[in-house]
Ligand binder design. Structure first.
Ligand code: HAM
Length: 445
C-alpha cells in the first residue's frame, strides 16, 4: 500500500522548510520590534469557543470545522483560526488585569479548515498573526496595520494592495443590516442558497458572495458610509488620515465585510497578484472586534488583529524570486575522515566546531577524497577539514578554504584559534580572494 498525506495537507521539507522558517522568523522579529509578545494557545479548543465567536453564519462554523467528540463526550475542534483561542486564553488567565493595555500578542502555528483544496487553499495551513487587546484607540488599529505592512515590506513585497473598510459600531451596523435586508428582499428569491441563508443570519455577508449575478445585485446595495454614526466616521477618518500621512497606500472597498462574524469598525485585507498572474486570494486579513472579549466571558473591551496565511506568502515570495537571496544558513565546515581509523577523531572535531558556534558536519562514508569534495560542494560548505593517518598520528588537521583552494596543516590543539582567525580574515576578504586593501575588482566603477 502507498501511504500518502491527507488530502488538503502538504509536506514541507528541506529548502522549503528553510523558507518557512525564514518567513516566520522575520515576522516574529518585526512583531517583537513593535513590542508584541508571543502566546501559544493549544490547537484543541472546546467547539463552543469558535461557534460563539466566529459565528453561526460563517462558512467556517457552518461547514469547515474539524470537530469531534473526545472520549469524555466533549465536543472538541481543531482551531480553524487563532483569534478566538487567544481571547479565551487572555480571559482565562486574566491577562487584561495586570498588564498595560493594549496587551500586544503574536502567534504562529497550524490551523485547520475543511475547505475545497485549490491554489493557495489548504485544509491544514499556517497562520502568523497578532492581537492587540483591551484598548479602544484607533491608533491601536493603525499600529496593527502598520506592523502588517512593515512585515510584508521587510520580506520584499512592495506591490501589495491593502483594502480597508469600516463596518461601524453596533448601532451603525444594525441600521445598515436593516437597509440591506430591505434592499435584498426584492432579489433574494433568485439569489444563491448561501445568499438565502445569509439573508436570514447576517445580510452583511451577502456582499461577500462570489456568484457573478449576485455580485451585480450587491454592487447596487446601500453603502455602509450612509449608515455610520459620527463616532464611527471619525474613527475611520483618523485611520485613513494616518495611513495617508505615513505613506501606506490603501483602497477603500465598501464591499469588504470579512467572513467571520466578530468584526466591528475597521476591517482590512492584503492582496497580491504575482507577475505570473497567480492570484492566491488574500495573503492576510484582520480587523477590529468590539464585543468578542465580552462574548467569551471577559470585560467589555475591544481588540484588533490580523493573520497572515504563511503558505500564501511563501508562494508569493517564490513567484517573485524573493527567497533566493536570503542569507545562506549553509554549512561552514565539512569534516573528511580519509580513513576509517579517523572516524572517531572526525566526530570529535566536528562536535568541537559546533561548540565553538560554527555549523559543521562530517562525511559518514569512507569514500574517495574526490567524492568527499563533491559532497562538500553540493552542501555549499565553505571549508573542508581533512584528517588522514598522518594527521591522526601527529595530532594535526588540514584546513582547506574551498573557494580560494588554499590549504594548510595545523596543530589540533590550536583548532579554535585557527578557525576563528580564518573566519575573521574571510570576513575581510573580497569576492576575488584578496583582502580588501589589495582587491583588484573595480567595485565603484
Ligand atoms: P481569515 O481571513 O479567515 O482571518 O484568515 C487569514 C488568512 O489566512 C487569509 O488572509 C489567508 O491568507 C489565510 N488562509 C485562510 N484560509 C486559508 C486556507 N484554506 N489555506 C491557506 N491559507 C488560508 C482570520 O483567520 C482572522 N482570525 C484574522 C484576524 C486576526 N482578525 C482579527 N485578528
Amino acid at each position: 500500500m502507498d501511504y500518502k498525506n491527507v488530502k488538503g495537507t502538504h509536506d514541507v521539507f528541506l529548502k522549503e522548510a528553510d523558507d518557512y522558517s525564514y518567513v516566520e522568523q522575520t515576522m516574529k522579529m518585526i512583531a517583537e520590534l513593535f513590542s508584541f509578545k508571543e502566546v501559544r494557545p493549544p490547537v484543541l479548543e472546546y467547539s463552543e469557543v469558535f461557534v460563539r465567536s466566529v459565528g453561526d453564519s460563517s462558512d467556517i462554523v457552518r461547514k469547515e470545522m474539524y470537530t469531534f467528540l473526545d472520549k469524555g463526550n466533549r465536543s472538541i475542534t481543531l482551531r480553524p483560526e487563532f483569534t478566538a483561542g487567544i481571547v479565551r486564553l487572555v480571559n482565562q488567565n486574566k491577562l487584561l488585569f495586570n498588564n498595560e493595555l493594549p496587551l500586544k500578542t503574536y502567534y504562529c502555528g497550524p490551523v485547520f479548515r475543511y475547505e475545497r483544496p485549490q491554489l493557495g487553499r489548504y485544509r491544514q495551513f499556517n497562520q502568523f498573526g497578532v492581537e492587540a487587546l483591551g484598548h479602544n484607540s484607533p491608533y491601536v488599529d493603525i499600529d496593527v496595520i502598520v506592523l502588517a505592512y512593515t512585515i510584508l515590506n521587510s520580506l520584499g513585497l512592495e506591490n501589495v494592495t491593502l483594502k480597508i473598510n469600516t463596518l461601524g459600531d453596533d448601532a451603525s451596523r444594525e441600521a445598515y443590516k436593516k437597509a440591506l435586508k430591505d434592499y435584498f428582499a426584492n432579489f433574494i428569491d433568485n439569489m444563491c442558497e448561501d445568499c438565502k441563508n445569509r439573508f436570514v443570519t447576517n445580510p452583511l455577508r451577502i456582499l461577500d458572495c462570489k456568484v457573478p449575478e449576485d455580485q451585480e445585485i450587491a454592487k447596487k446595495a446601500p453603502k455602509i458610509f450612509d449608515y455610520l454614526s459620527n463616532e464611527s466616521k471619525d474613527r475611520f477618518e483618523i485611520i485613513t488620515t494616518a495611513l495617508d500621512e505615513m505613506g501606506i497606500p490603501y483602497e477603500i472597498d465598501d464591499q469588504l465585510v470579512r467572513g467571520l462574524d466578530y468584526y466591528s469598525e475597521t476591517v482590512f485585507e492584503f492582496h497580491y497578484t504575482s507577475n505570473l498572474g497567480n492570484n492566491y486570494g488574500a495573503i492576510g486579513a484582520g480587523g477590529h472586534y468590539g464585543n468578542l472579549i465580552h462574548e467569551l466571558g471577559g470585560e467589555k473591551l475591544p481588540g484588533v488583529g490580523f493573520s497572515f496565511g504563511v503558505e500564501r506568502i511563501v508562494s508569493v515570495l517564490k513567484d517573485n524570486n524573493l527567497l533566493d537571496n536570503k542569507e545562506d544558513s549553509g554549512l561552514m565546515f565539512y569534516v573528511m575522515p580519509l580513513d576509517k581509523k579517523c572516524n572517531l577523531l572526525a566526530e570529535m572535531i566536528t562536535n568541537q566546531i559546533r561548540i565553538f558556534g560554527y555549523s559543521a558536519d562530517m562525511c559518514f562514508d569512507n569514500i574517495k577524497v574526490g567524492s568527499m569534495f563533491k559532497r562538500a560542494d553540493k552542501r555549499s560548505a565553505k571549508y573542508a577539514i581533512l584528517l588522514g593517518e598522518d594527521e591522526l598520528n601527529n595530532n594535526k588537521f588540514v584546513l582547506k578554504n574551498l573557494s580560494t583552494k588554499e590549504q594548510s596543516t595545523y596543530d589540533l590543539e590550536d583548532l579554535e584559534e585557527v578557525l576563528n582567525n580564518e573566519l575573521e580574515n574571510d570576513e575581510h576578504e573580497c569576492c576575488c580572494g584578496h583582502d580588501h586593501e589589495h582587491c583588484q575588482c573595480h567595485h565603484d566603477e
